[in-house]
Design a binder for this molecule. Structure first.
Ligand code: GLU
Length: 478
């Protein structure tokens, strides 16, 4: 069951409607427009796994939206709600997302219809390996053609199984580790991949608040510090985004919405304490020092400065869009706002930082991981100590000068230790992600502010990314 009301277009139709709104403002030939919009292929597989003495049949999908660049990229979702329409919508969003942040991939997505909580670790491994086997033997997992990653219901554990399954089936492929990203560090992963999507949301908001004109468009002033935030979904993305905004930017997390309702506290919720409570009690119910609302979705409509839907698609739809009070929404999930709700919110003047940009931190760091796997070396390994010894030279020279000039010219106490340390992989990954998020935001806002016919960031994001995909097709002579 999808969260999108049956009276509204499906998720894929919703993505197409948003695409159409943008291409109407572009000058593409109708043929090229159609070529970019449609999903190239969707593979459905039904496979059996012997579990608890019986054969259980599972249904999985891998959809490839656009192969204008290869490999194609996108996560694999494990959820009971998985269906063809959803993977196709998500694959399309991957195409636009990768183009926008200049990750050199086409768009793809996969899904397996399963409730992972129904199976133990060993059973999950059997199921995941079997699904991976089905995709690998058809080159739908391959370092040069199609590289999956985590999504809802999957994480490092599943990616390690997939990578190992690929290696078993391709024993001489020296690049086998690059067949999937989001792996644990000891299986060829990269530092900072787990936090990457949430970190990207933080960097996106920081960049937004660097532009007073944009902040004003949302009817706000000032910086992130002190802003009231409501987050829906304290999974990997929502948790990291909320935690970083609280710990590092001074934002106040006033609302957290989860499967079993919502918590609200005007003075702010401790994100780590809520997360620990969820792990222990399998939900937020009973968490002390906050108001619990059983109908969690209602809290989407509470007063706040920033709303972060970080869970499912279609949660802001025709039934509640009118009542959403947040002046700024950042779509940490894929497709949380339906096309109809998007119209209503735009009309009201709500500023929406769109999914294809807001949650692109995950695929950006996946790109770094893929490059790391192909180069077979950790980032920073060659230059870190060399960088440190050059810094040492400067510090020695400064010390010599300050000794000569007297005490008032001495270095601030922690300058030396901070400056001397060369960047490790995590710092390099964060720097690359920050740069990516800043540049992509600027490319969107340039279109938003420079064109009179573009009134929102989503349309601007589509225009930037479709233009890049179109250029790549044109270069191929299409
Ligand atoms: N599943 C994530 C997304 O929707 C990550 C995809 C990837 O890293 O390839 O963007």
């Amino acid at each position: 069951m999808s969260t999108i009301p049956a009276t509204e277009p499906s998720f894929r139709e919703s993505v197409d409607l948003m695409f159409n709104r943008a291409v109407a403002l572009m000058e593409l030939s109708p043929g090229l427009e159609e070529k970019i919009r449609v999903c190239n292929a969707t593979y459905t597989v039904r496979f059996g796994v012997r579990l608890r003495g019986q054969i259980k049949t599972f249904t999985g999908y891998r959809s490839v939206h656009s192969e204008h660049m290869e490999p194609v990229k996108g996560g694999i979702r494990f959820a009971l709600t998985v269906n063809q329409d959803e993977v196709e919508a998500l694959a399309a969003l991957m195409t636009y997302k990768c183009a926008l942040v200049e990750a050199p991939f086409g768009g793809s997505k996969g899904g397996l219809r399963i409730d992972p909580r129904e199976y133990d670790d060993h059973e999950m491994e059997q199921i995941t390996r079997r699904f991976a086997y089905e995709l690998i033997k058809r080159d739908m997992i391959n370092p040069a053609q199609n590289v999956p990653a985590p999504d809802m219901g999957t994480g490092e554990r599943e990616m390690a199984w997939i990578a190992d399954q690929y290696a078993r089936m391709n024993t001489t492929d020296i690049n086998s580790r690059a067949c999937v990203t989001g792996k644990p560090l000891n299986a060829g992963g990269i530092s900072g991949r787990v936090e990457a999507t949430g970190r990207g949301v933080q960097y996106a908001l920081r960049e937004f608040f660097r532009h007073p004109e944009d902040v004003k468009a949302a009817g706000m002033t000032g910086k992130l510090d002190g802003k009231r935030v409501i987050v829906q979904g304290l999974g990997n993305v929502g948790y990291h985004a909320a935690k970083f905004l609280q710990d590092e930017d001074g934002a106040r997390i006033v609302g957290i919405i989860e499967r079993d309702g919502a918590l609200f506290s005007e003075s702010g919720l401790d994100v780590d304490a809520v997360r620990d409570w969820i792990v222990k009690h399998d939900g937020i119910t009973g968490f002390p020092d906050a108001v619990h609302t059983a109908d969690g979705a209602r809290v989407l409509e509470e007063e706040c400065d920033i709303l972060i839907p970080a869970a499912l698609e279609g949660v802001i739809n025709l039934s509640n869009a009118e009542r959403i009070k947040a002046p700024l929404i950042i779509e940490a999930a894929n497709g949380p706002i339906t096309a109809g709700a998007d119209d209503i919110l735009r009309e009201k003047g709500t500023v929406i930082i769109p999914d294809m940009y807001a949650n692109a931190g995950g695929v950006t760091v996946s790109y770094f991981e893929w490059v790391k796997n192909l180069s077979h070396i950790r980032f920073g390994r060659m230059q870190r100590r060399q960088e440190e010894s050059r810094h040492e030279l400067i510090v020695q020279e400064l010390e010599r000068l300050s000794n000569h000039l007297g005490d008032q010219w001495s270095m601030t106490p922690d300058f030396k230790s901070k400056y001397l340390r060369g960047a490790d992989e995590l710092e390099l990954v964060r720097s690359g992600l920050d740069d990516t998020m800043r540049i992509a935001y600027q490319s969107m806002r340039n279109v938003w502010h420079s064109r009179e016919d573009v009134h929102d960031l989503r349309t601007a994001a589509y225009i930037v990314s479709i233009e890049k995909v179109a250029a790549s097709y044109r270069a191929k002579g299409l």
